[in-house]
Design a protein around this ligand. Structure first.
Ligand SMILES: CC(C)(COP(=O)(O)OP(=O)(O)OC[C@H]1O[C@@H](n2cnc3c(N)ncnc32)[C@H](O)[C@@H]1OP(=O)(O)O)[C@@H](O)C(=O)NCCC(=O)NCCS
Length: 140
């Protein structure tokens, strides 16, 4: 992901998430220590992924596929690519968190071998009140 990708990435971010990151969140990740990627199809950005890697730990902070193209194996491919990059950067464990209601992401992370390691109660804003975050980890 480059500076000029931020605008199309934000369009995608807002399409895919009910509670998207702000542009500031996205810009803050374009700095050393963060691995920011876009997924291109015929020159168009159709996905993005953001990960921080430090002290042997990779945190997958964002993983997103265009809603029109979900369910075709792209999310799995992008996640596997991020884990390969994490290994290249000497990470031995990958972490992520997700909303309890995010069944698609939860099935994907289960299938890839992530295990639930904890819960942050009422962590995310939700349409009605707050929603728990599930913390997951995978040994690389
Ligand atoms: C989560 C996300 C990245 C998955 O990407 P995707 O391209 O839709 O997923 P894939 O087609 O690669 O599917 C991978 C696995 O996810 C699960 N999955 C995919 N679509 C699903 C659905 N509609 N319902 C339940 N599980 C589903 C399945 O386990 C699937 O594996 P399978 O095909 O072997 O059954 C994508 O749906 C997305 O961008 N969602 C909005 C943003 C988001 O929630 N990101 C995750 C934040 S934690």
């Amino acid at each position: 992901m480059q500076e000029e990708d931020i605008e199309p990435v934000m369009v995608l971010e807002r399409l895919a998430y009910e509670f998207p990151w702000s542009e500031g969140n996205m810009r803050d990740c374009l700095k050393p220590g963060y691995s920011c990627w876009v997924c291109l199809r015929e020159g168009r950005i159709i996905g993005h992924a953001i990960m921080s890697v430090a002290a042997g730990e990779a945190s997958i902070l964002n993983l997103c596929i265009h809603p029109d193209l979900q369910g075709r194996g792209l999310g799995r491919k992008l996640l596997k690519q991020m884990l390969a990059i994490a290994r290249q950067q000497q990470a031995d464990t990958a972490f992520l968190e997700l909303r309890r209601s995010n069944r698609t992401a939860s099935s994907l992370y289960d299938a890839i071998g992530f295990n639930e390691i904890g819960l942050r109660q009422d962590y995310y804003p939700a349409k009605k009140g707050r929603e728990d975050a599930i913390l997951m980890a995978k040994v690389l």
